[in-house]
Design a protein around this ligand. Structure first.
Ligand SMILES: [Zn+2]
Length: 476
């Protein structure tokens, strides 16, 4: 059986921030845990490039829109590489592959799509219509701009027809939402009655940007309809060869979306309804996370407290960034980033506890000619707890806390035994044991800190040219 895992796809009108890095790492750890448990995983991420705000941002930057999104998408792709994200595909919604698939999905839903005239107050920044009087003076609080009265012809999706099926899907956990309290919030919303929603915009207002509606060039798909379909277009849905789609969506056991708490409605209502309409399988799980603050404050450009993930990797290293995100940010609720906490974790957990222990053990092991056999480690991996972890998704903080209490224990017995004061024969079995324990910890760390796990593996197997600290002193 196979497993599908995705992140949401971020807008590319700005540089990636720490929120996306967090989501990517969360999904990556999950993908690695599943793979280690022997599952056949397809993990996808990508970029949402058809939004109207890209046109505005490109104009401000004085660049053609395609050039603008190409450049920005590249930055997101680089971030994934820098973060050690193990995604199998990276889907861009301006790609021909995506457009073909999105159009196929639309065509399959034709019976639920109709055209009507719509007028309402619209915020270009949010790409959303609001009610008159919803905000004071009809000024969007997110973008601080006056809502525009827009009247236009749109295609609508008959969401109301799926009221019973969506309610049932949520009540029976056919689509399981973590954490459960967010499912209750969503159900309360659904029970108030689902409204049909607009799924296109006039091509003229979109300045020709976006995915053309099949057989109607006067309309472009609304960015949400188009963006949601990325999960299957990433697998080649609508292409000549749909084998990835068949394996990892249609016939997979788990179809998991990792998303922020702000977009649950789109993933827990709209997307399943679109799939029901097209006769395609539904996602099975939504893992929803909160937001990250910086030093306790909401992150925003105007406050100037944007946390740049590239800068963090440069200053502290990849392992420290992944460790912080998995260890310090709660899986579902809001969490905080601060440099002082980062330094604390780096110094205490990584450099002092793990790094020092490894250096001291390896130094003696090298001196005594003791190594761990590569084969022994493969066997240990099978006795690992990977299978259990998948049933308690995102309990990364618990897993890492338990690993570090083991590291502390090993440190304690190392200091008590004082192997440096004994001769090679006397300490041989102790060093062998410590090395074995460290290599097991390395194995368990693999989904979280793959790079560190690799270094631990090499060093416990005696593959060292020169002993350098795993976590050198930081100079920031
Ligand atoms: Zn707005």
């Amino acid at each position: 059986m196979s497993t599908f895992i995705s992140t949401s796809i971020p807008y590319v009108n700005a540089r990636p921030h720490i929120g996306f890095a967090f989501e990517a790492v969360q999904a990556d750890v999950l993908a690695r845990l599943f793979r280690r448990a022997g599952e056949d995983v397809h993990f996808t991420t990508g970029t949402d490039e058809n939004a109207l705000k890209n046109i505005e941002s490109a104009e401000k930057a004085g660049k053609p829109v395609q050039e603008f999104v190409d450049e920005n998408a590249q930055v997101f792709l680089e971030l994934c590489k820098s973060l050690g994200i193990s995604n199998d595909t990276f889907i861009r919604t301006t790609s021909a592959q995506h457009k073909t698939g999105a159009q196929k999905l639309w065509t399959l839903s034709a019976k639920d799509i109709y055209k009507k005239t719509y007028s309402g107050l619209y915020c270009v920044g949010c790409e959303t219509f609001y009610e008159d009087g919803e905000f004071p003076d009809n000024i969007c609080p997110n973008h601080n701009r006056t809502l525009e009265l827009v009247e236009e012809e749109n295609y609508f999706f008959a969401l109301s027809r799926y009221q019973t099926q969506i309610e049932n899907m949520l009540e029976t956990d056919k689509l399981t939402i973590f954490p459960a309290y967010r499912k209750e919030e969503l159900l309360n919303f659904v029970r108030k009655g689902l409204q049909d929603f607009s799924i296109s915009r006039p091509t003229k207002r979109m300045k020709g940007w976006g995915v053309p509606v099949p057989d109607d060039d006067s309309q472009r798909m609304y960015v949400w309809y188009d963006a949601l379909s990325n999960y299957i277009t990433a697998l080649g849905f609508g292409e000549k060869d749909e084998s990835l789609y068949h394996t990892y969506w249609e016939n997979s056991e788990k179809r998991i979306h990792v998303i922020g708490k702000d977009i649950i409605k789109f993933h827990g209502i709209y997307w399943p309804a679109m799939l029901l309409s097209a006769g395609l399988p539904l996602p099975t799980h939504l893992f929803t996370h909160g937001f990250i603050t910086a030093n306790g404050q909401k992150i925003s450009k105007s406050l100037g407290n944007v946390v740049d993930p590239f800068a963090l990797i440069k200053n502290y290293g990849l392992a420290a960034v992944r460790y912080y995100l998995a260890r310090e940010i709660p899986p579902h609720d809001d969490g905080d980033y601060s440099d002082s906490r980062m330094r604390q974790l780096y110094t205490a957990d990584l450099a002092n506890e793990l790094g020092n222990l490894l250096s001291r053990t390896i130094a003696i092991a090298a001196q005594d000619g003791i190594i761990i056999e590569a084969n022994a480690m493969v066997l240990q991996a099978h006795h690992d707890s990977g299978m259990q972890e998948k049933h308690t998704p995102f309990h990364y903080q618990t897993i890492l806390a338990s690993l570090w209490s083991q590291v502390k224990e090993i440190n304690k017995s190392f200091n008590e035994y004082e192997p440096w004061s004994k001769d090679a024969n006397a300490r041989s079995s102790f060093i062998r044991e410590t090395l074995g324990a460290l290599s097991q910890i390395g194995q368990k760390l693999q989904p979280f800190l793959p790079e560190t796990a690799q270094l631990i593996r090499e060093r416990t197997q005696g593959k060292i040219e020169k002993i350098r600290p795993l976590f050198p002193r930081i100079e920031v």
